[in-house]
Ligand binder design. Structure first.
Ligand code: SAH
Length: 213
């Protein structure tokens, strides 16, 4: 077996061991090379199951957490998805293979721009990266079938709940920044919202406003 194949096998094995079992999610994660999204000093750790720095003080999430969140989101092929927290664009790339259309927002201009350039270069043409404060969602494209927040909020943001269609699912890490947060799956029903806790996680905080240049 080549070194690349061996590395990919270990990568996929770590996902399964952490409970990522959904066939479509595993296939998408096998196709998206995380090596494209981690560069510089940490490039040699791209296939390890750890979060890594990506610049602007932010991190690309741990692959098994990406897998668990994506699995909980239960994306269908017709779904229009909103991601808050573009970061490297890795999560968005995986979502782009599972759904119809992905809008992803980051409060760092630099991250939104480089993610857009990379995703376009890699052929993920159904992803749009937007530089904005994602706590307010994207009213002009609402409602969304699926919403994923990849930064920790103290509570699921009201505007995002409002932009979820009835029957839609939102996955969001909830808790105080810098302590352990709970990954929460929110389902919008005809008469409200139901909340299920999925796993303890640790994310950088959702911060208000655009980051200064
Ligand atoms: N999903 C990313 C990792 C996200 S790290 C990936 O696959 O690489 C969390 C990201 O959330 C950071 O890039 C941070 O800038 C962004 N963020 C934090 N608060 C935000 C807000 N209010 N609006 C938009 N993005 C936000």
């Amino acid at each position: 077996m080549t070194a690349d194949a061996e590395r990919l096998m270990q990568f996929m094995f770590a996902l399964r061991r952490r409970g990522v079992t959904d066939r479509r999610v595993l296939t998408a994660m096998e196709k998206v090379d995380r090596g494209h999204f981690v560069r510089g000093t940490f490039a040699d750790k791209a296939y390890e199951d750890v979060p890594l720095p990506i610049g602007s003080g932010q991190t690309i999430s741990q692959p098994s957490v990406v897998g668990l969140m994506t699995q909980a989101l239960a994306v269908g092929p017709r779904d229009k998805i909103l991601e808050v927290g573009t970061g490297s664009g890795y999560q968005a790339a995986i979502l782009s293979l599972l759904g119809r259309r992905v809008y992803t927002i980051d409060r760092h201009r630099q991250l939104a721009n480089s993610a857009q350039a990379l995703l376009t270069r890699l052929g993920h043409t159904n992803v749009t990266c937007i530089f904005a404060d994602g706590s307010y969602g994207l009213p002009e494209q609402a409602p969304f079938d699926r919403i994923i927040v990849t930064a920790a909020a103290e509570d699921p943001p009201g505007p995002l709940l409002a932009q979820l269609r009835v029957g839609g699912i939102m996955v969001v890490p909830v808790g105080q920044s810098d302590t352990v947060q709970q990954l929460v799956k929110v389902t919008r029903t005809e008469d409200g919202y139901t909340y299920d806790e999925i796993a303890p996680v640790r994310f950088v905080p959702l911060v208000e406003g655009k980051a200064p240049a």
